[in-house]
Design a protein around this ligand. Structure first.
Ligand code: SF4
Ligand code: SF4
Ligand code: SF4
Length: 262
């Protein structure tokens, strides 16, 4: 089993705004392109246009239509939920790894896989509660979001490009990259202003990435002003509304993937 660093000097991660994400999938394409041609190359795709396609993606976007649990109307709301590794502080995908291939960096908190040491056992994907790892069927090793570690420190790139490909690409400005350990960083400020929630806190993974909650849609959906005001307050404790529903959906997903693994 593999140890985690006692602490990290920085806590690099993403703040993803569920209010402004439009579900365009541009971040998925940018991620796939960068990681197929660079650090994690190649991210396999087999039979991409056939009847049984198999592929590896480090970032996926799920779209949900739901009725907010705390809504006083019958209207539904659509929210897009981008999902990639959350670079957890207490990452179970690291401690479960039998070879040390899965590790968390002490200098910046990024969780990576050393593909040379990975034996493709799949234990880390089983341990991740968020479904954020994918076994590359062609390479036989585990793949996951690297926070574009080969971009963010890459002095051969123009400074403006030294951020994850998904962040650089997002046309809605819904993805923000920075150091959550620095209270003055943009991502820390966004969390202070908007609030965020911890997905599946009962798993005690302490994710670094933050999701900024979607704001309730207003009169067009028939909501009352009082309800809109009440729901605009930052969420800091237990998830409510969409995030409570999403938490449950992820738990059910985890339950069903554990069933399949067993
Ligand atoms: S590129 Fe931005 S707006 Fe498009 S799906 Fe990704 S996070 Fe959402
Ligand atoms: S999201 Fe999953 S893969 Fe990423 S650090 Fe957390 S447990 Fe590990
Ligand atoms: S698949 Fe690779 S990284 Fe994951 S637990 Fe097994 S050896 Fe470690």
């Amino acid at each position: 089993m593999t140890s985690l660093p006692a602490s990290t000097q920085r806590a690099l991660g993403l703040a993803i705004d569920l209010d402004t994400c439009v579900g365009c999938h541009a971040c998925i394409i940018a991620c796939k392109e960068w990681n197929t041609a660079n650090y994690g190359a190649p991210l396999s795709d087999r039979d991409a246009y056939g009847s049984d396609p198999v592929g590896t993606f480090l970032n996926r976007v799920h779209t949900y239509e739901y009725q907010p649990a705390d809504s006083d109307s019958l209207d539904f709301q659509v929210t897009h939920f981008p999902k990639s590794c959350l670079h957890c502080e207490d990452a179970p995908c690291v401690t479960v790894c039998p070879t040390g291939a899965s590790y968390k960096r002490s200098e910046d908190g990024i969780v990576l896989v050393n593909e040379e040491a990975c034996i493709g056992c799949g234990l880390c994907a089983w341990a991740c509660p968020y479904g954020a790892r994918e076994l590359d069927a062609t390479a036989g090793v585990m793949k996951k979001c690297t926070l574009c570690v080969d971009r963010i420190y890459n002095e051969n790139l123009p400074e403006v490009d030294r951020e994850p490909a998904c962040v650089r690409t997002c046309p809605a400005g819904a993805r923000h990259f920075g150091d959550f350990a620095d209270p003055g960083s943009q991502v820390s400020q966004l969390v202070r202003e908007r609030g965020s929630i911890t997905l599946m806190p009962e798993m005690e993974t302490k994710p670094v990435n933050a999701y900024l909650p979607p704001r309730p849609k207003q009169q067009a959906c028939g909501h009352t002003a009082s309800a809109v005001q009440a729901k605009s307050a930052p969420e800091t404790a237990s998830p409510t509304g969409f995030l409570a529903w999403l938490d449950g959906a992820l738990s059910r997903l985890e339950g069903s993937s554990s069933d399949k693994t067993a």
